[in-house]
Write a protein that binds this ligand. Structure first.
Ligand code: ATP
Length: 682
């Protein structure tokens, strides 16, 4: 049996079973061996029922004494199974899992693991993991630590455990991904032992050692890839060596309406230093909402223009493109810098004119959306690309952008402050500049979480703020009302508010389905203060900057992640005025209310991003795949920080040591087949 043999080479697995394995993402031996347990059932700590602790995760063994199925309401069935041991009785409850009934026969022995709850008259577990012992009696190991996998109805725990055991007995060789030098240096255990131990650990210590090795390997491979991409990008071609700032840069700098904060100055120095080297810049500018990243981007773009190159400023939404376009025109046209805008919704002839002007060098700075990386777009002399990316661009898209020039400098901006270790994983191919402080004079936003019955009071408050001269955003998750989703839509809210409480106030509606001209008009009117209330979907989420807007009401707040709420809230509190954010939750769930209430007390984007990461997992949060990275199979971005830092160091050593790298390259290449061509396309 070999590592990449199909799963069907295992005795007892035919085409049908293989199909079910496939549904779990398992196609070959490697897939199954790296199908790691989601947790373990520690039979070394089985407790008598009378000694269980409420709220703890516990394991019990007992005899089934009663099986009952109830249907308290339509759509809900509960299977209640009573289990007793010599010390007491516990109730095991499964919800909507009728099929389990046939497995529960009175008199059978069962082992179950779950969180202990106390109902009125007895202890219980909800949806515990379980095994009927009579069926596995011959394999039953009383004092073992057993793996618990994500199983399903067809591929049960038992099948997974047995298959795993079968493979571990039969496998002759497992390819080693780590260079021997690294294994030695970090005293790691060998691959086959680590796989044996991760699935069937001898004890807790050996399990930890095995896990450490596998986590190291996973993070090491990712880091090698990222360090390699970084190296290739900086050595493949000579970059553009911008000269020291001269008249134009200095004139724009002098005319800024404020002086830069300490962090902005530091970031600007780092960027300038990169641009003045002949190695292409690959830098991430990370700063919380409203921390003043845009001006740094503008200064960089001016610097490239001053040196005779074109600059591209790429943003995630058309509204943001329009906003930046206006700011650039306002700031730069007096210096004779020609600014253009390219977005998907321009008319054909407008687009053609822009495309032509870009190609023959009649535009110095272009602001645009994804339209900028389309194939037909040619630059005359591209020197710098700034992407305001909101995590929508990965390694691959950045490579496409670079292709538009001869190794232009690249500056990526993000407003999602993520933990440093996470940055190393998601943006590991970039250098990082950080803007932590906000510009002076900002007042912390006051945030409140409310239920829909307080709406009328909330909108009266908004009206009072408008009467004071401020502007407001009302954000809704949906464009039109939908019967299925119990939350308000932007059109309903707009109709309701503009004909009642705000009937004397100028309100406008904004969502992605409006035409470019409609969006343009609404945003212009809102920027200049004519529109007082903007009822909008999340199209305003990124970057929109109207410092006079001081109130935001977010309807259906339960439908947003914390980081997204933070981004939305970041549209206010951008000027001198006290700002208020009111979240209206339509959910009755206590958990949701608790999750959202974090917004009332926490204004630090780092903390909110961390909370989000814990709740939603890094894969979902960042769309890791988009970044050219697979979801993590075993490493935990919070728990394994130290291992990640070690892996990063080890990766840098291997990539920068020609001898080591030559031996290791085929392994790296086989892991990143899909991306290899892209990285090495030139
Ligand atoms: N040093 C500064 N002093 C005073 N005001 C500043 C300073 N830097 C930027 N600003 C102002 O702060 C506001 C927010 O800046 P900017 O739009 O650049 O933030 P950002 O980091 O891009 O935010 P977001 O990620 O939310 O788009 C703008 O009105 C800008 O003019």
């Amino acid at each position: 049996m070999r590592y990449n043999d199909s799963i069907q080479t295992i005795k007892g697995i035919g085409a049908v079973k293989a199909k079910y394995f496939k549904a779990l993402g398992i196609n070959n031996i490697e897939d199954i061996l790296t199908y790691y347990p989601k947790r373990y059932e520690d039979r070394t700590v089985i407790k008598p029922i009378s000694q269980l602790t409420i709220e703890n995760l516990e394991t019990i063994i007992g005899t089934i004494t009663n099986v009952q199925e109830t249907m308290p309401r339509r759509g809900l069935s509960i299977l209640k199974v009573l289990v007793k041991d010599s010390s007491g009785v516990i109730e095991l409850d499964w919800f909507n899992q009728k099929f389990l009934k046939s497995k529960m026969s009175i008199g059978s022995k069962i082992i179950a693991t779950g969180k202990i709850r106390a109902s009125y008259y007895r202890l219980s577990m909800n949806n515990p993991e379980f095994e009927i012992l009579d069926q596995v009696a011959k394999d039953f190991v009383p004092n073992a630590i057993l793996p618990v996998y994500s199983a399903n109805e067809r591929i049960t725990q038992k099948i997974l455990r047995n298959t795993m055991q079968e493979i571990l007995k039969g496998i002759k060789e497992v390819p080693e991904n780590l260079p021997v030098e690294v294994i030695k240096k970090f005293s790691l255990v060998d691959k086959i032992t680590s796989l044996q131990e991760i699935h069937f650990p001898k004890n807790k210590e050996s399990l930890l050692i095995a896990r450490h090795r596998l986590v190291f390997e996973e993070l090491f491979l990712i880091q090698c890839f990222l360090v390699y991409v970084k190296k290739i990008n900086s050595t493949r071609h000579k970059g553009i060596k911008h000269l020291l700032d001269s008249k134009l840069s200095q004139a724009v700098y002098k005319m800024l309406p404020f002086s830069l904060t300490k962090d902005q100055k530091k970031a600007w120095c780092e960027i300038k230093a990169d641009m003045e080297r002949d190695i292409p810049m690959q830098r991430l500018l990370q700063g919380d909402v409203g921390s003043g990243k845009t001006i740094i981007a503008i200064l960089s773009l001016v610097k490239t223009v001053e040196n005779g190159y074109q600059g591209a400023f790429m943003v995630p939404t058309e509204i943001l493109a329009m906003q930046h376009y206006q700011v650039l025109i306002g700031l730069l046209s007096q210096h004779k810098i020609k600014v253009g805008m390219l977005v998907g919704s321009l008319k054909k002839n407008e687009k053609e004119a822009i495309v032509l002007a870009l190609a023959n060098g009649n535009i110095d700075i272009i602001v645009g959306t994804h339209a900028l990386i389309q194939e037909n777009i040619q630059f005359n002399n591209l020197g710098l690309v700034v992407t305001d990316e909101q995590h929508r661009f990965g390694v691959r898209q950045r490579a496409l952008l670079q292709e538009k020039g001869i190794s232009p400098d690249i500056l990526v901006m993000t407003a999602t402050p993520i933990p440093r270790t996470m940055t190393l994983t998601v943006y590991g191919d970039l250098d990082v500049s950080l803007i932590k402080e906000l510009p002076p004079g900002r007042k912390p936003i006051k945030s409140f979480l409310r239920t829909p019955d307080k709406r009328s009071l909330i909108y009266q408050f908004v009206l009072r703020e408008i009467e004071k001269g401020r502007q407001a955003y009302i954000v809704c998750p949906l464009i039109e009302s939908s019967e299925k989703i119990d939350t308000v839509s932007v059109t309903d809210i707009f109709d309701e508010l503009s004909s009642n409480i705000f009937k004397e106030v100028k309100c406008a509606l904004l969502h992605g389905k409006l035409s470019k001209d409609e969006k343009d008009t609404v945003m212009k009117e809102f920027y200049c203060g004519n529109i007082k209330v903007l009822v909008s979907t999340t199209v305003i989420e990124v970057g929109v900057n109207v410092p006079n807007a001081s109130v935001m009401v977010i309807e259906g707040a339960e439908r947003f992640g914390l980081s997204q709420l933070h981004q939305l809230r970041g549209r206010i509190g951008r000027g001198e005025y006290q700002s208020y954010c009111i979240l209206i939750s339509h959910s009755n769930s206590k958990d949701t209310f608790e999750r959202l209430s974090v917004m009332e007390s926490v204004s630090d984007g780092f903390i909110l991003a961390e909370e989000d990461l814990k709740l939603r997992g890094p894969g979902q949060f960042f769309g890791m795949r988009q970044h050219g990275l697979n979801d993590l199979k075993i490493a935990d971005i919070f728990l394994d920080t130290d291992t990640l830092l070690q892996a990063r160091l080890a990766a840098a050593e291997v990539i920068n040591d020609t001898l080591l790298f030559n031996k290791f390259e085929p392994i790296l290449k086989s892991h990143y087949k899909e991306y290899w061509e892209n990285i090495n396309f030139c």
